[in-house]
Design a protein around this ligand. Structure first.
Ligand code: SF4
Ligand code: SF3
Length: 562
């Protein structure tokens, strides 16, 4: 197997790139297949953009397929080469169906010769066979470093855009699963993918496209927020149990709320308790889920603790999305994936048919045949501070700010990860002055959500808005406070940003914040490897982005309003 190159997440080896095997566990084979799939998605986009703009040819199912496939290549979602081979075959078939329609329409309008000249390879390439090794070889020459002569800043901006689009695709796919659609988002994803293959675009054009990705990203997050809250109600302040109950259990992780809904219905009356893990924790605050008596609370911490915690859980485990870690033999037989998640050899629950539901009976049977969860801790933690809750006490919050009881908010949203340096976020949370309130979303919260940080006049000092998928709440709260205080500039709010990143949804959240004009963001534990020195300079110059420093220095600066 020859070298791979991937630097899309915070764990990129040596903060340069993974070249032997992903730190995440991604094999070179899967890395090459993912590179080939993304390249083919650019080929689909080539035809989708031209079909949509000039020819009246639109294939909505293929547009959604592009988003799903970008989501499938997000860090820690899918490691199964067989699934990628099948998706590559589907990508070629969809691209060529779109190409056929677009070229036929073009020929009608302009003559056949005008529609088949000068086509780029990604718009036309077809493999001789769908053999994994053949596809692997092609993947090796179409990845990030395929053309060594590309200007490093151009490469950096193209990849920044692709990773932001992966995050956007994930949010959008979640909304579509709940039957909330905005085809303009899918059209933008294709327009931007197509732009990454356009050599006529310079750095300024790509910076503009990156900021548009932030703008469309806000809409994608709003759409998902609407999908979640209209389906399951607005999250409400909730004390979630972190202990265990007697009896068999299913642990559900990832971000897909519809999977949880169907699992809760199908486990009703079976004697099985359903617990959340990692990013599913915020589901405990939704009225539609809380009404199930066997919805038992949260078990364990963030994604990277899963090998130890899935083992001690003892029951069946269902991963609905990222972040999946290589399973240990001790629980591999009771682990299931569904949706776009996958690991070779791990049982996969098939998608629902239109109008139907998934069949979780294999998960239920595995739970009934397995042991009971071993308690890791007990007590409860507060969650459910999404925008509706926070804005329902807006007067109290505004009064607290005006009276000085709350001096500052610190947005500490984002991801968690394995690096020891992430202790920084725990240290910051502990050291912040007692009149500072943390606003969080995403699994970054596990670095401090069990600390006794107290409250300010009944307002908890950690306001947990939910999953990384709920980051919209934080932007919404900031915009509402800006209006309430009559400010022109969002940066005049008493809010500091100390964001933890790991995967590509956090990249999209960052782009959304930049689009909203937020400056002075601290980003850690390290700046992304895919930012070239030139692109980093642009971000520093225009947005004053900076890497996290030491906890002591940063807390001192935050307390001074920086
Ligand atoms: Fe490395 Fe992250 Fe890519 Fe995995 S996703 S191969 S850890 S850069
Ligand atoms: Fe975490 Fe994988 Fe959602 Fe990125 S890192 S927040 S799960």
């Amino acid at each position: 197997m020859t070298a791979m190159f991937c630097y899309q997440c915070e764990e990129a080896a040596r903060n340069v790139g993974c070249t032997v095997r992903g730190v995440c566990g991604k094999s070179p084979n899967v890395a090459h297949l993912q590179d080939l799939l993304v390249w083919l998605l650019k080929g689909i986009s080539f035809w989708a953009v031209r079909g949509r703009k000039n020819l009246g040819v639109v294939e909505p199912e293929t547009d959604l397929f592009v988003a799903k496939m970008l989501f499938a290549t997000i860090t820690n979602a899918n490691f199964d080469p067989d699934r990628f081979v099948a998706w590559i075959e589907e990508a070629v078939a969809r691209r060529d169906a779109l190409r056929g329609k677009a070229q036929a329409r073009c020929a009608d309008l302009h003559g056949a010769d005008a529609c088949s000249a000068g086509l780029p390879e990604h718009a036309t390439w077809v493999p001789k066979t769908y053999d994994a090794q053949i596809l692997d070889m092609k993947g090796q020459v179409v990845g990030v470093m395929a053309d060594p002569n590309v200007n490093p800043d151009i490469r950096s901006l193209r990849e920044l855009l692709v990773y932001g689009l992966k995050g956007m695709a994930a949010y959008t796919e979640h909304a579509y699963v709940l039957e909330h659609a905005n085809d303009d988002i899918l059209a933008f994803i294709e327009e931007a993918l197509d732009a990454t293959m356009d050599d006529s675009l310079g750095a300024d054009d790509l910076v503009a496209m990156v900021l548009r990705a932030g703008e469309v990203g806000v809409e994608a997050m709003r759409l998902l927020d609407e999908a979640n809250t209209s389906s399951y109600g607005s999250p409400e302040p909730t004390q979630v149990s972190i202990g265990v109950r007697p009896g068999p259990g299913i642990l559900i992780s990832g971000h897909d709320l519809r999977d949880l809904e169907e699992l809760l219905v199908q486990t009703e009356g079976t004697g099985i308790n359903v617990y959340t893990h990692g990013e599913m924790l915020p589901a405990n605050a939704y009225p539609a889920f809380k009404k199930h008596d066997h919805f038992a609370g949260n078990y364990g911490g963030s994604w990277w603790h899963q090998q130890r915690e899935f083992e001690s859980f003892g029951g069946a485990v269902l991963m609905t999305t990222n972040c999946l870690v290589e399973p240990k033999k001790s629980y591999e037989g009771r682990l299931f994936t569904t949706g776009l998640a996958g690991w070779p050899g791990v049982a996969h629950i098939a998608d629902r048919e239109p109008g139907g539901h998934k069949d979780f009976s294999p998960v239920i049977n595995a739970a009934l045949a397995s042991g009971e969860p071993e308690a890791l801790e007990d007590g409860s933690i507060p969650i459910g501070f999404a925008h509706a809750t926070v804005m329902s006490v807006a007067d109290k919050v505004i009064d607290a700010v005006k009276s000085g009881a709350i001096k500052r908010f610190v947005v500490m949203a984002g991801c968690d990860g394995r690096h020891k340096s992430r202790q920084y976020f725990t240290d910051v949370a502990e050291a912040l002055p007692k009149d500072h309130v943390i606003l969080t979303a995403g699994c970054a919260k596990y670095r401090y959500n069990k600390l006794p940080l107290g409250d300010i006049g009944g307002i908890p000092r950690v306001l947990d808005a939910g999953q990384c998928n709920d980051s919209y709440s934080l932007a919404y709260i900031a915009l509402q406070l800006k209006a309430a205080f009559g400010l022109d500039d969002i940066n005049d709010l008493p809010i500091s940003y100390d964001v933890a990143w790991y995967e590509q949804k956090a990249v999209l959240v960052l782009l959304a914040l930049l689009y909203l004009g937020v400056k002075h963001i601290r980003l850690g534990p390290v700046l992304p490897a895919f930012l070239s020195p030139g692109v980093t300079d642009v971000l520093v110059k225009h947005f004053d982005i900076k890497p996290t420093g030491t906890a002591v220095e940063d807390v001192a600066a935050i307390a001074m309003g920086a």
